[in-house]
Design a protein around this ligand. Sequence first.
Ligand code: F0G
Length: 458
Amino acid sequence: MSKPSPEPWRVKVVEPIRRIERAEREERLRRAGYNLFDIASEHIYIDLLTDSGTSAMSDSQWAGLMRGDESYAGGRNFYFLQETVREIFGFPHFIPTHQGRVAENLLFSTVLKPGDVVPNNTHFDTTRANVEVNGGVALDLVIPEGKQVHSRHPFKGNMDLDRLDRCLGENAGRVPLVMLTMTNNSGGGQPVSLENVRGTRDVCRRHGVPLLIDACRFAENAWFIRQREAGQADRPVREIVREVFSLADGCTMSAKKDGLANIGGFLALRDEAWVERLKNKLILIEGFPTYGGLAGRDLEAMALGLREVLNEDYLAFRVGQVTAFGEALAEDGIPVVEPIGGHAVYIDGRGFAPHLPPEQYPGQALTVALYQEGGIRSVEIGGVMFGKPDPARPGREILPDLDLVRLAVPRRVYTNTHLEYVAEVIRAVYRAPERMRGIRIVHQAPVLRHFTARFELI
Ligand code: F0G
């Protein structure tokens, strides 16, 4: 196992966490209908629900909050953020939003016509939803290895260029843009290679279609390029980032990930064509274009976070910590998606608990077991999240290919010791998986049911 390097920071402020007793955890689970979204965070010991908006800010970001300029128009933090985005990504036009999905909403409600097609390596849920709600068809064209749990392909987030080429040919005139999600969150946090971005750009150019990057985890992706791609090992990360984005026509961003901020996002574009319409829409739904739904201080935290995330000591630690955590589990035979992704470790629920049939949601059962055993919160990305009623078999469901549990690691929040504890809890559950009980849904909403569903143990 690669040993994680020490944390490249020292601690200045602490937030106490507490592990409640097992009997209380079991009671909390019962009351929450075995849905971890319904457990208050003070009853969670280690919270790996998401890496989004959960980062710890630096002393410099906290100091930056005091420089917040809360003018309605033209505040200084906006100009600093604009300069930061231009410097890092190279896009001249920039629209702040309060989080990533608003950038997606603005984009797709402005440029999409009903019946249009939007290819992506894999759409994240909110991207897909924003395409579909505007009458579009969201297509996932990741390479086949991207869907295989055990393929060791170094860039499992890559776009399948042949399928993209065919898709753009067959749908000529109906594709307003192509997206590329880096890293590919829904596919296990897997990176896209620089060569594949180049290839995607070439295909897009041949068909005259713009390419936009979903940049949420752009710095982690650049770190993987540097580590894994031939000829990239000696390049500064900043330079790799600059090259990646020079190949695209714009990006959407949630600064809650690689912006190291607790809130914030943006849409950035090279070309002016859509900008005026986007800004008018922004004024309607978010606010004036120099604050976009955020306080001036949030813009400052975001700008500083975008600069800090490119620090190579930070990135080496960040990606190294997640890798070491995942590899420690893999070495003990625990079935995880490999290679380990940038922001999270994904456990294969069906492989972990083979005694549970897929209809009993082994992934959800594992999230319950990890809370019961150690107060850990994770999230199921499988049958509960994506299962759909099967019209051919009343009462049964069509289940997705994979039933995963995501353990997302917040940035700069948990130490290596915390993650060793989590690994120990997972091992303890894995030593006696037959103690895990299957899950039955007793209440569900018609859409996005995983947030509010209630369950029973079988
Ligand atoms: N794109 C990707 C790839 C994401 O992972 C997310 C959010 C978004 C867009 C939307 O950004 O939350 O700021 O509106 N992912 C979070 C997660 C929620 O837990 O993976 P947002």
